[in-house]
Structures are given as C-alpha cells and as structure tokens.
Design a protein around this ligand. Structure first.
Ligand code: DSN
Length: 415
C-alpha cells in the first residue's frame, strides 16, 4: 500500500485537522473535562490497531491475530491496577458514559432505582437524566448540593435514600468543585442495601496521584474517563473488586459494546505509563494548586464561586451576584473570542436555563499541561475578569487577545 498523508487524500479534512492543532496551540483550553495528551498518546491512538477487531478479553478473543491487541490491553489493565489500586479493571468502555452503562447493565434491571446528583447541581447525563438512556430505562431520584454552602447535602442524600430505597447510588460529578466523602455515601448505600457507583470521570488523574480522595476499595464500582485529568487515550474505564469481574466484563462485551477500540486502548496504556512516572504526581498537585489560585484571584475580582472555592481541578462561577446582567453564554462567547475556551454552566438554584445558564465552569488540567503555575494562572484570572467585565467592549477584547497570544507563545503545546 502506498503511503499517502491525510493532506494527499483529503485536503479538506487535513485543513480542519491542522486548524484544530492551531486552535489548541493558540487558545487556552479551560473546559474542565479537557486536557492535552502527549504526542506519544496521539501516536498510539492513530496506530494500525484501529484496524483490528478483538472482541473478548486478553487471551480469550473471538478472532485470530489478537496477540498485539492482547499485549496493549494487558499493559493498560496492569498499569491501571497499579495507578488506582483496583483489583479488577476493564479498559474497553468507549467512553465514561459507556463505562456507566456497563455497570448499570451488570447489576440493574430495567425499572430499578438510581439515586444520583441532579444535573444542575453538578451531576451527569448518564446518571439518570430524562434525555439519556438512564432516565428512560430506570426509575431515577436525585439529590442535591446545599444551595447555601455549595457542598453535597449528605443529610439530604441519606433522607432521600431512606425514602426512595435505591438499587444503586451514584457519586462523582461533572461540575462539583469539592472533594467527596465517598465513605459517607458508602455508609448510606450500606444502610439502604444499594450498590455504590463512584464516577470519577473528571478526577481520575487526581485520584491516581493521591491529591483527591479515592473511592477505590470503598464503592462497589468506580468508573471514569481516561482522557481528562489522567491524560491518556480517549475512552472509559471500570474498576471493581474481583468478586464483580464476572458481572462487569460481560456487561461491557457483549452486553453493551462490540469490538473494543484497540487504538484507544493503546493510548490508554501509554498514558497510564506516563501517569506512573513521578512527574505525574507533581502535575496533578499543580492542577489543584492552579485551580485554587484561579478561584482565589477571581474572588478578589468580585466573582462568586459555588462553595466558595475548590479542592480539585475546577471552579464553578455563579455570575448572578457579581454580573447580574451577564449570562454564562455571554461570558463564554466573549472569552472564546479572546482565546479562553471554557463553558457556560448551570449553578445550584439555577434561575435561567440549561441553554443559557448563570455560571461558567473553568478547569486547570489543560493549562497545567502547558506548564502554567499559580502566578501564570492568576494572570489568566485577571484576563477572565477583564473580559467578563467588558464583554461588549471590542477594544478591551482585542487587548486581552494579544495577551493570550503572548501566553500561548510562552507556554507552548504541540510542535
Ligand atoms: N462532557 C463532559 C464534561 O464536560 O463534564 C462530561 O462527559
């Protein structure tokens, strides 16, 4: 087969790929769920393993020619066990949502009861939202954060669990800036005889590095995404005790997926190896330190943070007090114009809508990968403040865009 590049074959896609690389290089990725993987992870993900079907698990495949697939999957599994301390690991879920689907399918029947955090309060679609398969398949009740403090209302969770009698309680969130009392939630699950699924999609890297509480060994099931704070190949992961291995593996394949995306599994293996290096712990600590610096500086500028700060990689800003006339979408758009890419987000007690909410969510995993430390992150907070304060002022936005250019030139990303 002759070797042709994407540019040779398909200039339109080549242009879009080049533009995306430029976009990532030239803007600050502050969407809390995003990060920048290494060139090594990118290379693994674009390998010839994309061609291979490997239904089954290492050593027990339904197709021939799986020896290399076996090698990378086993490496990914072994490294994940070392990173998170889990007894059993499944690295095949195509995404965090697919990982959750695997758990639900393993232990729930249609109509069974899920108790999870409300989306507006930081939960996730795959925890029971009506538009998601979970909301359509299961009976869902939700708990919330305390709107005064922004922290999980653990007493409310217990009360709801005792009334609702769930089959599974879901912890782990997409827009919750605080550490999580996994043991307290496990106590509730034990008392109401429910399973406990801890979805650490956002914090996989922080948990692996020991800078966030770990649910491994506490919750029955731990799921996650593998491309967020852990910075490996794109996809999902399930961890559990050995006793559940024979429930989980068939629920992923053949239960909810066909052939695994082996090129992504290779990316997971490579990223997990990188995360086992001592530098990763320093990276994860810096992610948290930067998020704290970001939050503190934004507060100095008069912004109000849900829960008053952060323990993890993200801050959730409630604009209603500081900028009552500015919606999250308006802030998101103005910030994108200058090269700061984050997302509008609902806040607890939301008074607008999911499409045009009252908050913005900002994360530091991407900045930290580029080498940002606290002083540099404070500079970004200053720029965020200037833009949100002047979101209609083109000259201010042009000045800030120049400053972002200088920052992205200093903190380089992909060659
Ligand atoms: N879309 C991700 C997030 O931004 O939180 C979760 O799947």
């Amino acid at each position: 087969m002759s070797y042709e590049t994407v540019r040779d074959v398909d200039p339109a896609v080549a242009d879009a790929l080049a533009a995306e690389r430029d976009r990532q290089n030239d803007t600050l990725a502050m969407i809390a769920s995003e990060n920048h993987v290494s060139e090594a992870v990118l290379e693994a993900q674009s390998s010839e393993l994309t061609n291979k079907y490997a239904e089954g698990y290492p050593g027990e495949r339904y197709y021939a020619g799986c020896e290399n697939a076996d090698t990378v999957e086993q490496l990914a599994i072994d490294r994940a066990k070392e990173l998170w301390g889990a007894e059993h690991v499944n690295v095949q879920p195509h995404s965090g949502t697919q990982a959750n689907m695997g758990v639900y399918l393993a232990v729930l029947d249609p109509g069974d009861k899920i108790l999870s955090m409300e989306l507006e309060h930081g939960g996730h679609l795959s925890h029971g939202h009506p538009a998601n398969f979970t909301g359509k398949t299961y009976d869902v009740e939700q708990y919330q954060v305390d709107e005064e403090t922004g922290y999980i209302d653990y007493d409310g969770l217990r009360e709801t669990a005792e009334e609702f009698d769930p089959d599974i309680i879901v912890s782990g969130y997409s827009a919750y800036p605080r550490d999580i009392e996994f043991e307290e939630i496990q106590d509730v699950a034990d008392d109401v005889d429910a399973y406990h699924l801890a979805d650490i999609a956002h914090t996989t890297g922080l948990v692996a590095a020991g800078v966030h509480s770990s649910p491994v060994g506490i919750a029955d099931f731990v799921t996650g995404s593998t491309h967020k704070t852990i910075r490996s190949g794109r996809g999902g992961i399930i961890m559990c005790d050995e006793e559940y291995a024979d429930d989980i593996d068939p629920a992923v394949f053949p239960g909810s997926q066909g052939g695994p995306l082996m090129h992504n599994v290779a990316g997971k293996a490579v990223g997990f190896k990188e995360a086992l290096e001592p530098e990763f712990e320093a990276y994860a600590q810096q992610v948290v330190d930067n998020a704290k610096a970001l939050g503190e500086r934004l507060e100095e500028h008069g912004f109000s943070l849900v829960s008053g700060g952060t323990d993890n990689h993200l801050v959730l800003v409630d604009l209603r007090e500081s900028h009552p006339e500015t919606t999250g979408k308006e802030a998101e758009k103005a910030l994108e114009e200058v090269g700061i890419v984050l997302n509008a987000n609902t806040v607890p007690g939301e008074t607008r809508s999911a499409f045009n909410p009252s908050g913005i969510r900002a994360g530091t995993p991407g900045l930290t990968t580029r080498g940002f430390d606290e002083p540099a992150t404070r500079e970004v907070a200053d720029l965020i403040s200037r833009v949100v304060d002047n979101h209609d002022d083109e000259s201010v936005k042009a000045e800030v865009a120049d400053e972002i250019d200088a920052l992205t030139d200093e903190y380089t990303l992909y060659e």
